[in-house]
Design a protein around this ligand. Structure first.
Ligand SMILES: Nc1nc2c(ncn2[C@@H]2O[C@H](COP(=O)(O)OP(=O)(O)OP(=O)(O)O)[C@@H](O)[C@H]2O)c(=O)[nH]1
Ligand SMILES: [Mg+2]
Length: 451
């Protein structure tokens, strides 16, 4: 017998002063608590005004109560939402009173965890709730909304259906180990598994864009000392975030600032001016920094257009490609240096002046375009998977590749069937047919309280 779930309560709005705050409770005692607060059970899904009196009968606030009868509620259980005035003290008073009335403080993500356990949503949808709460730009919002509406779940169902067909075809032969798979079956299987492999690969390629949507596009501002890196950061951010001075070596440490540019959130990282034309002995250190730059989605290489371009060390040059770098020719307000052919002629470049603001719009547009270019089209839905999905799909992919090799090598059908069952299990993890409670607890622990 499963234990009766307890009734949980949590403030569902961020702490701090707001006009209105919301608390909610969910679980078997909800109806009784609602009755005790109002004298009768409020009609489901109808806001009802009430005086909130604590157990001692003291008036706390004038509130609105909305009762949801399970299973037609977010969690699938009876749920009550209490809207009160957004004073953290009032929220605290009501919350403590709810605990007095027998509720337990909800853990992070516990409402959504119950929604998942009660079959109200699959795991990818539960994750989308968090994505929605944290979405920092239009595209992240779109992706979260589509995932919440089951886009990824549907995609996975399609793949699972195809896989089950293949598995059934193979398993029909397991009982007859002496019989070879007929060539027509082999051909069908081969093409179906290859299709699954390609589809899985396509999904995997959305993982980078998924990171960008969830964490922001990581843009590292790189260049020699004094070229105007910090000045550009300030311009892009819109206020004086980084120190600027005529002295080279002003910026000593990394400095990060998030901005919203077009449909994407960007993480701009200003770095200490790097001697990019170093003596051999310094080269090693620079190569190390460049390796770290591999984590960047985009490098903004800033050059001072008023002085002849430096000759970049090989270790630097090799790591910068037109795909990962946007060149900024700054100080365009000064007389240009008699330009020796630029070392970065084949790179996209933008001329700017951080002093006058010239070129900043063009730079913003170029950054926006670069961010959008990471999007991988995948049918009508905007799908951008997260790290957990990528891990499961990576394992599915490895098993699919092995299964295809085994099929081609004419290996025993049991072996192929075994691999395909692994694929099935990995596919299943995405929508959350998981019987691993610890993994679930871990996942929901990353949620916020009240969700
Ligand atoms: N004329 C002109 N001066 C600029 C421009 N951008 C920056 N400067 C000046 O160049 C100097 C260095 O600017 P910073 O933004 O501190 O340069 P940085 O690349 O961050 O320098 P470090 O942190 O020392 O590596 C300051 O005196 C700025 O005012 C520009 O577009 N035109
Ligand atoms: Mg600086």
């Amino acid at each position: 017998m499963t234990p009766t779930p307890d009734t949980i309560a949590a403030p569902a709005t961020p702490s701090g002063t707001a006009a209105i705050a919301l608390l909610r409770i969910s679980g078997p005692d909800t109806g009784n608590i609602a009755r005790a607060l109002t004298g009768g059970l409020p009609g489901p899904r109808q806001a009802q005004r009430a005086d909130y009196r604590d157990l001692a009968g003291r008036l706390v606030d004038d509130v609105l109560l909305t009762f949801f009868r399970g299973p037609a509620s977010y969690t699938g259980e009876d749920t009550l939402e209490i809207s009160c005035h957004g004073n953290p003290y009032i929220v605290q008073r009501i919350f403590e009173d709810l605990l007095q009335r027998g509720c337990r403080a909800a853990g992070p993500g516990e409402f959504t965890q119950r929604a998942f356990l009660n079959g109200r949503m699959d795991l990818s949808q539960a994750e989308a709730v968090m994505d929605l709460i944290h979405a920092r730009g239009e595209r992240a919002l779109q992706a979260a909304n589509q995932q919440l509406r089951g886009a990824l779940g549907r995609k996975m169902s399609g793949l699972i259906e195809g896989l089950l067909g293949s598995l059934a075809r193979i398993e029909a032969y397991i009982d007859f180990p002496d019989e070879d798979l007929p060539p027509e079956d082999r051909k069908l299987l081969d093409s179906e598994l290859s299709r699954l492999q390609q589809e899985t690969q396509k999904l995997l390629t959305t993982s980078h864009y998924g990171n960008i949507l969830r964490d922001g596009l990581k843009v590292v501002i790189l260049g020699q000392p004094n070229v105007g890196k910090s000045s550009l950061l300030n311009r892009l951010v819109g206020h004086d975030r980084a120190l600027v001075s005529a002295e080279p070596g002003t910026t000593r440490d990394y400095l990060e600032e998030r901005i919203l540019l077009g449909d994407h959130c960007l993480r701009l990282i200003d770095t200490a001016g790097l001697n990019l034309t170093p003596a051999p002995i310094e080269q090693l250190g620079i190569e190390k920094s460049m390796e770290r730059l591999q984590e960047a989605d985009l490098v903004l290489l800033v050059l001072d257009a008023s002085v002849p371009p430096p000759r970049f060390a090989d270790g630097v040059r090799q790591n910068l490609t037109p795909a990962n770098t946007l060149v900024v020719l700054n100080k365009a307000d000064l007389p240009p240096a008699p330009s020796s052919a630029s070392a970065f002629a084949e790179f996209e470049s933008v001329a700017t002046s951080a002093t006058t603001g010239v070129g900043l719009e063009t730079l913003s547009a170029a950054l926006s375009r670069r961010a959008a270019a990471f999007h991988v089209e995948l049918g009508e839905d905007l799908i951008a998977i997260n790290a957990r999905h990528a891990d499961a799909l990576g394992r599915a992919q490895a098993s699919l590749i092995r299964a295809i090799e085994q099929l081609e090598a004419n290996d025993p059908t049991e072996l192929i069937a075994h691999e395909l069952r692994e694929v099935l299990a990995a596919y299943g993890e995405i929508a959350g047919k998981i019987d691993n409670e610890r993994m679930l607890d871990h996942l929901f622990a990353t949620f916020c309280i009240g969700k």
